[in-house]
Design a protein around this ligand. Structure first.
Ligand SMILES: [Zn+2]
Length: 287
């Protein structure tokens, strides 16, 4: 089971600290933001202690495809009303691609964007334009577009959106997908018919393009379009479903990343990874 979580990247150890945090959870994958998720201020990667981090990764047998970078939320490639927002998004994504290459990772997860009242078609075209600009000098780092909850004017709540973007971008081979279990349920997909959902994904996008799964429970009922993650087994999706996804034979090679909420300011990932590996829900939050 390739399983891990979001981990922090902060002074003084930066990327080395991220890898050590992941290993402390007994994880075999990890996801980082290269700085704060809500802004674009970034430290120079020369401070990241990359060589030591990569030595640890290789000792632990963690593949470069299991080290995931998540672009910050404020990147909005779908914005057509403010040129400076779009330009910032393109420029930042280019730098993020370089940073991802510097740490030896291969995949960046990106929220496709919100059309902010311009309409879905116009928003999708803008995303394609932005990705074409951002990918000009890149031939190796993949962008995994995330399935979204459909909150506000978010695009990407349908597999068709992601397939359309992928098929329209010039460097289509670099466009991949990240599934989020909470978001797909929020968007109205019947996730409990999970094999049928995978069949639909296979038909629309192609299962070979699935690079990451964000494994989260949901605080809301299916179709809520809210995007509120819950701890595994304490939401509307439930532990059995999430364990089924984590151990699904068709997804064996896809890294699963937990983005569940902290509990009393403590990360829940050690307990959640342990439960997923054992397949047993131990109700640790009630004890
Ligand atoms: Zn995300």
């Amino acid at each position: 089971m390739i399983i891990g979580s979001h981990v922090s990247l902060s002074a003084p150890d930066y990327f080395l600290g991220s890898v050590m945090e992941a290993l402390s959870y007994n994880a075999s994958a990890l996801m980082i933001y290269t700085g704060a998720p809500q802004n674009t201020f970034r430290k120079n990667v020369s401070d990241f202690r990359i060589d030591e981090a990569r030595r640890l990764l290789s000792e632990a047998g963690i593949s470069d495809y299991s080290v995931i970078v998540h672009a910050p939320y404020i990147i909005n490639l779908a914005n057509t009303t403010k040129p400076e927002t779009f330009e910032l998004a393109v420029d930042f994504l280019k730098q993020e691609i370089d940073r991802t290459r510097s740490i030896g990772a291969k995949v960046i997860v990106l929220h496709p964007g919100s059309h902010v009242n311009a309409g879905e078609e116009i928003g999708l075209e803008r995303i394609i334009e932005g990705l074409n600009l951002a990918l000009v000098d890149n031939d190796d780092i993949e962008i995994a577009l995330e399935t979204m909850a459909g909150k506000g004017s978010e695009l990407g709540y349908k597999f068709e959106h992601l397939a359309y973007i992928k098929n329209s971008v010039i460097k289509s081979n670099l466009i991949k997908v990240c599934m989020d279990t909470c978001h797909m349920s929020d968007a109205g997909y019947d996730v409990f018919e999970f094999d049928r959902l995978l069949d639909e994904f296979e038909l629309v996008v192609g299962l070979e393009h699935l690079r990451v799964i964000h494994l989260n429970d949901s605080k809301n009922l299916p179709g809520a379009r809210k995007d509120r993650h819950a701890n595994l087994g304490y939401g509307e999706l439930g532990f059995d479903f999430l364990h089924k996804v984590a151990s699904h034979p068709r997804l064996a090679l896809v890294p699963k990343i937990l983005e569940t909420p902290y509990v009393n300011d403590q990360p829940p990932y050690c307990q959640e990874i342990k439960m997923l590996r054992s397949g047993i829900f131990d109700d640790w939050l009630s004890t």
